[in-house]
Design a protein around this ligand. Structure first.
Ligand code: PAF
Length: 282
């Protein structure tokens, strides 16, 4: 494992790799790595000559300063974790100025409506921040492939849109969500849950699974209403949204059409920790 903090040092390495016509896979992360991240890294190791893992807590994608300040940081453990997978992994963990050059601003994008609902609605400016940092990373690393988890499905769709719209020659690859024994999607934020909240968090998967089990036989509005009542009865969980949407356009729907793909999306707060999840329905 080699750790780079400076763009200029990484450039040299990347020029060398590109000069040999070798293939680069990028796994962008904000650190505090868990098995979900590692599954992306393993896939990149299998499919590329070089794997670069970026570890950068991107300030511009947080609309809540408390959330940013409390985001878990574990660079030493992250490096150890990656080293245990392969000693060839390149880690890029820059300071804020290396990415933003003392200008902590976001670019403007047209996400073609993909950002209108769910995270885009509840975390204003979030996707501009994500797309800005991912654009910077793509420019610095020049990867052939980039790996993103389906847990952040809306983010994945937005990045797919970003590369198409801007003709960025990167193959964006979505990878399946990795779950705990009780269905809770792996997330760096899970580390912020105490024992009781962690137990309660399994209700998120219970809710989206209920939707998957019932969407064929029940009215979607009835399902959404049942879920609303389900969470009102769990005082520890505050439901932010529960939305069934077209997997392509991410537009919420009230009816399922056979020839389209749909997913159910959820965001909740448990003891101030915000968690999201989604699964495909058909
Ligand atoms: O999914 C994440 O961890 C972040 O949003 C990403 C893609 C690394 C951008 O900061």
């Amino acid at each position: 494992m080699t750790l780079y903090k400076k763009k200029s040092d990484l450039f040299e390495k990347i020029n060398d790799i590109k000069g040999k016509n070798l293939i680069i896979g990028l796994v962008p992360t904000m650190g505090s790595l868990h098995k979900g991240h590692l599954s992306l890294v393993e896939r990149s190791l299998e499919e590329n000559d070089y794997t670069i893992v970026s570890i950068f807590i991107n300030p511009t994608q947080f609309n809540d300063k408390k959330d940013l300040d409390s985001y878990p940081k574990n660079l030493i453990d992250d490096c150890r974790y990656l080293e245990s997978l392969s000693s060839d992994i390149i880690i890029f963990s820059p300071d804020i100025d290396e990415i933003y050059d003392k200008n902590l601003s976001v670019k403007q994008f047209d996400f073609q409506g993909l950002d209108k609902f769910m995270e885009g609605e509840y975390r204003k400016g979030h996707f501009e921040g994500v797309a800005t940092v991912v654009s910077h990373l793509f420019k610095i690393v020049r990867p052939n492939k980039a790996y993103f988890g389906e847990k952040d499905y809306q983010q994945l769709r937005i990045i797919q849109q970003l590369v198409i719209q801007n003709n960025i020659p990167v193959n964006v690859i979505g990878c399946k969500t990795i779950r705990e024994y009780d269905g809770l999607a792996l997330s760096s934020r899970n580390a912020k849950l105490d024992l009781h909240s962690r137990k309660i968090a399994s209700k998120i998967f219970e809710a989206i699974n209920f939707c998957r089990d019932n969407y064929k036989s029940k009215d979607l509005e009835k399902i959404i209403n049942d879920i609303d009542i389900f969470f009102k009865n769990i005082s520890e969980i505050e439901l932010e949204y529960f939305i069934i949407a077209d997997s392509e356009t991410l537009t919420p729907v009230k009816k399922i059409t056979k020839d389209k793909q749909y997913r159910v999306f959820i965001a909740v707060r448990i003891d101030e920790v915000r968690l999201i999840d989604n699964i495909e329905l058909n």
